[in-house]
Design a binder for this molecule. Structure first.
Ligand code: F6P
Length: 335
């Protein structure tokens, strides 16, 4: 614990360093924190309040929606639309971006979010999370699609909340990464993991091995070399992890290093990857880079990609710097 600093105290301290700060950003983070506490409550009650299982619908990605996908989307939308701090929002569960109903004031930020990442894990009681990405709204406060389709490098803040054994918020505003743990007794996120840094080297990789036959050659080469361990060119043994919940994988990498890959594969040429640029890759890329790691498609830095649509998918390779650089070098040497 770091002297019992609450998320709010931490934000106010940061706000004091920005001369022109009006306090809107601090309020927005409070809105997000409160919404995520409400989501944590739903997730932790599970079957006691009948929130598990399918909602009987599909989302814009053609995926079966869980009841909790719908409930958490509604919690986020209501909290943000009524907050007065945002001019628009976009959810992974909704095809178009949402504006602010006439009865509420508009604010100077745009928020994009995945309300419940890893929700296929919900029924088996595994860790899931909410991911968010914050951009500045246009001066007019009347956002168009183009105002959302901005490069990841333009994010002013990114974070995720992890609903695991402990509820945690991981946050960056471009000045490093800090982690907060929800104190259930007092209902506050407390600064428990200041200035998180990802170790540069690692001996742990995460990838869905069942897709192996669909991978490109550089990914096959990297994973083959890890699997060969101390009998191969790497000269050391590797460990493999696959939780199938990106929030949990990224948190593990922030904690002890590692590499996470959901690469391009040839199964469906219309899908350049599984993960979404705006709701997963960009916010996680910002966090990982701010913690000293890298986030790449294998061929390009994720945060420099110009988005073309809200639900665009991308290959994602992120984690410890030296390992991501190695994968990139395998792509380069392939030409
Ligand atoms: O995009 C949702 C997600 O659940 C991620 O959190 C996770 O990394 C990935 O999908 C798991 O995919 P798969 O089921 O193919 O292993």
């Amino acid at each position: 614990m770091s002297n019992n600093v609450t998320l709010n105290q931490f934000l106010i301290q940061q706000q004091r360093n920005v001369l022109e700060a009006s306090g809107t950003f601090t309020l927005l983070l409070n809105t997000l924190a409160t919404a995520c506490k409400a989501i944590a409550h739903q997730v932790k009650q599970g079957d006691l309040i009948d929130v598990l299982g399918s909602a009987g619908s599909e989302n814009v990605q053609g995926e079966v929606q869980k009841k909790l996908d719908v409930i958490t989307h509604d919690i986020m939308v209501h909290a943000l639309q009524s907050s007065g701090q945002v001019a628009g929002l976009a959810s992974e569960e909704e095809e178009e971006f949402l504006t602010i109903p006439g009865e509420y004031p508009k604010g100077k930020y745009l928020v994009l979010f995945d309300p419940l990442d890893g929700s296929s894990n919900i029924d088996i009681n595994m860790t899931v999370g909410t991911i968010f990405s914050i951009l500045r709204a246009p001066e007019s406060l009347e956002p168009s699609l183009g105002d959302f389709l901005r490069k990841g490098s333009e994010q002013v803040c990114a974070g995720f909340v992890l609903y695991g054994p402990a509820t945690m918020m991981i946050l960056t505003t471009g000045q490093g990464v800090n982690g907060f743990t929800l104190d259930q007794e007092i209902g506050e996120f407390m600064l428990t993991h200041p200035n998180i840094r990802i170790p540069e080297a690692t001996q742990e990789f995460a990838i869905n091995m069942s897709n192996q036959r669909f991978w490109e050659a550089p990914i096959k080469r990297y994973v083959d070399e890890c699997v060969l361990g101390d009998t191969g060119p790497r000269g050391k043994n590797f460990n493999m992890r696959w939780i199938a919940s990106m929030v949990a994988e990224v948190y593990r990498i922030l904690t002890r290093g590692g590499i996470f890959m959901y690469p391009y594969d040839i199964r469906d040429p219309s899908k350049p990857g599984r993960l979404r640029l705006m709701y997963e890759a960009n916010p996680m890329g910002f966090i990982v880079e701010q913690a000293g790691g890298l986030c790449s498609t294998g061929r390009a830095r994720i945060l420099e990609l110009q988005p073309s649509e809200l639900h665009q998918r991308v290959p994602v390779i992120l984690g410890s710097k030296q390992e991501v650089e190695r994968v990139e070098s395998y792509f380069q040497s392939q030409g």
